[in-house]
Design a protein around this ligand. Sequence first.
Ligand code: ADP
Length: 541
Amino acid sequence: MFGSMMDRPLLVSSLLEHAERQFGSTEIVSRETSGALHRYTFLEAAKRSRQLACALAQLGVTHGGRVASLAWNNHRHLEAYFGVSGSGAVLHTCNPRLHPEQLAYILNHAEDEVLLFDTTFLPLVESIAAHCPMIRQYVLLGGGQDMPKDSRIPNLVCYENLLAACAGDFVWPEFDERTASTLCYTSGTTGNPKGVLYSHRSTILHTFAVSLPDTLSLSAHDCLLPVVPMFHVNAWGLPYAAAMNGCKLVLPGPKLDGASLYELIEGERVTCSAGVPTIWLGLTQHMEQHDLSLSTMNRTVVGGAAMPEALIRTWTQKFGVEVRHAWGMTETSPVGTQGSLLPKHANLTVEQQCAQRAKQGRAVFGVEMRTIDADGNEQPRDGKAIGELVVRGPWIAAAYFKGEKPALRDGWFPTGDIATIDADGYMHITDRVKDVIKSGGEWISSIDLENAAVGHPAVLMAAVIGLRHPKWDERPVMFIVTKPGQTVDKAEILAYLADKVAKWWLPDEVIFLDALPLGATGKVQKMELRHQYADMLDCPA
Ligand code: ADP
């Protein structure tokens, strides 16, 4: 027997309608490409999103048609989030940091019909337009004054003109909640990028989960700053969550350096923010150099890569900001875990609490999580047994766009992360499968080594890779970027690590670099380091 409740579809447009009615005067502030701040309200955002939906219909975009975006976190991109998906089309957010060839590949693979792009990306679009025959219409996200005098791009129109030609009386259509809403490709560090196709239903359920007290704890009293790009897994769902909860939304545009972020956080009275660890590293440096403090920000969600414990301590103790470590992937919408503490942790010292926060956290309701061995057997939840992390839930990908299937293990998505889970459900990632270091038959955690090294006062960033070794199979090699003006040598690093990790974990080599190679989403490209230094230890024993 079924329940007798209404079967109303969960649609992205309903978030904006809700915001318009309950939080119409709530502000959305966004940094323009020019650097100026643009301000308006949810009321205006809702009207312009409807105008966009109407304009897309006039351009011939139909239900399920794909509209791509190449844009920063700004108000026009926000309108695309709601206007494109709300109309029943699919917003394909593209990462502008992808190699142009890869970008052309995903635009073609997605069969995008329209490309919306910020002025910054004009040269990039000009360079790939000839390779993207399916794009019928290019739309520059700006006004008439932003249009190039003569451009090689065919069918180029300006966004503001498109909108001006449409009234704001578009009525959001209703359709099946399982309809695709957005498309985001994995960064494709190995092989071609793969498309993850989110649905309206998965997006709304994920938005509820992101808003929960132990996740972001969002309300109309919050001012939310998503530093995580809107082209990367829907900015972790924060633009939707801002609409659901009526948060003031601050969008940082292209300026992600420490000084610009600090100015925005203080100037707009941001309470909650989210981004990858490298972003917080930049802000930390800026604040430490200028002896600054934060007056309103009280929590930040960090994920995408492990947040080193030393950085968590700085933010907790020095800046008074609660760090919520989260784990996720493009295939998981992305939020899978969050690292808030439990009542039992209240009596721990601050240092112990920070160590707890350095774990990737507990599954958010809706996500089931376990670790398995090579034969697929579930590993004990004892905080010690390591295995591959597998997950399942209503916002986890069951397939990639155009049918390519991930190799599900008994219905669970294999994440490619190696982790432990403890009795309280705290998951701790030790490595990605492809980064694991196997030395003499035992595993060394590159992430634990990196986190330990970053605790040294002279170390800004660290990366550890396993390199082929004639005797031990593989041995760890550490790469270090020091803080400006600081020096340290191999002996001092090894001495510093000596009481923090097992002796046989100590890296065979410590190499100092000016910078680590970073990928399209700001993560260290270990593959590049492995490639460059492959033979380093491969000498006769
Ligand atoms: P890509 O594989 O292209 O980098 P994602 O951006 O989806 O794509 O990255 C997902 C991966 O990022 C996870 O599988 C995991 O290895 C890593 N990751 C995400 N969050 C964390 C975290 N909090 N700590 C450590 N690693 C993380």
